[in-house]
Design a protein around this ligand. Structure first.
Ligand code: MTE
Length: 318
């Protein structure tokens, strides 16, 4: 057993939580990254990292509105109606329970088919990039939706730094899984750690975003602090929270909901009003806070991604 000293003995900034440590060791072992990967990462840890970064103002370099001029859903709604099964399966559970997740220090393991794998401190991961705000629609597979001003960086800009090789056909993502910090996880009913994946051209699309905040501030834990995917043309479950591993792979990687029920949750999971979920229609959705349903738009209203799927039968590749 690896024991964590009591907080009084060590400054909180020096502690890597046990589960985090073990989870990363396992992830690295699975990914085949050893000490060499760690030593060759070549980035230094950013300084002045706050012990808890939740709710701090972010300095935003650029803003873009990509939700048809719609007003963002109120922050209080977006931060209290969540899916984050590691912290409970009711919509209000994550806001109540996710405070136990320590989001600093935070390391992301980059591995697989790339020339520059390594373990990166979050702040080193972000340092070369300017933080942007993007107002996106976000459509959950359960037929509710929200409009959110996310803050983050284009996913492609981050991924390109690790120089994926020609064998990198997909990108696999993994969430932290630490039973000590996530006591509700044992009742989640899903296999953890939560895993997701994108085809490499999807991941490199300019709309694909790695979010570190929302509403101009750092991300609340329940929304996936300290960093999560935001893929606005796909159902919400593709937007994996609290990422600790990014792996470039040759074969289509397993994804959490697909493993649980493949007939209901495909790998692609593009928002598509014409392909119904086996148990409900996807033709319409309810914007949280609104009384009446509205029609669901193909690719959630982001037609610029259509060329990623030309020639594909989207009923088969749902
Ligand atoms: N990521 C993890 N690790 N665990 C989860 O349970 N839920 C997904 C996705 N990412 C989930 C996750 C689902 S089903 C949705 S709809 C979105 O997160 C919800 O994001 P939000 O709570 O910020 O609206």
């Amino acid at each position: 057993m690896i024991r964590i000293p009591p907080p009084s003995a060590v400054r909180s900034s020096e502690i890597t939580p046990e589960g985090l440590y073990r989870n990363r060791r396992r992830f690295l072992a699975e990914m085949g990254i050893g000490a060499v990967g760690l030593l060759t990462a070549g980035y230094t840890q950013a300084k002045d990292v706050p012990a808890s970064a939740d709710g701090l103002p972010l300095s935003i370099a650029k803003k873009s509105e990509r939700a048809g001029g719609e007003t963002p859903t109120p922050f209080d709604t977006v931060s209290t109606y969540n899916n984050y099964y590691e912290f409970g399966t009711n919509k209000d559970d994550p806001a109540q329970n996710a405070g136990t997740l320590k989001t600093r220090p935070w390391t992301v393991a980059i591995s697989g088919e790339c020339e520059a794998p390594g373990m990166l401190d979050l702040d080193a991961l972000l340092k070369p990039h300017a933080i942007e705000e993007r107002i996106y629609r976000h459509r959950c597979v359960e037929a509710w939706s929200i409009v959110v001003p996310w803050a983050g960086v284009p996913l492609a800009d981050v991924l390109k730094r690790f120089k994926p090789t020609s064998k990198a056909k997909y990108v696999a993502f993994q969430t932290i899984y630490d039973k000590a910090q996530m006591p509700q996880a044992k009742w989640s009913g899903i296999e953890l750690p939560y895993v997701e994946g994108l085809r490499i051209d999807e991941a490199m699309h300019p709309l694909a975003f790695l979010s570190v905040g929302m509403y101009g501030k750092t991300m609340p834990n329940q929304n996936g602090a300290p960093l999560r995917l935001t893929i606005p043309w796909k159902y919400g479950f593709k937007s994996i929270k609290s990422i600790v591993g990014i792996r470039f792979v040759e074969a289509m990687p397993p994804t959490t909901w697909n493993k649980l029920q493949a007939s209901e949750y495909g790998f692609f999971s593009n928002v598509n009003p014409e392909v119904q979920h086996p148990r409900w229609s996807q033709k319409s959705e309810r914007r949280l806070g609104e009384l009446f349903k509205r029609p669901t738009l193909m690719f959630n209203g982001y037609p610029e991604v259509a060329s990623l799927y030309s020639g594909m039968d989207l009923r088969k590749f749902y």
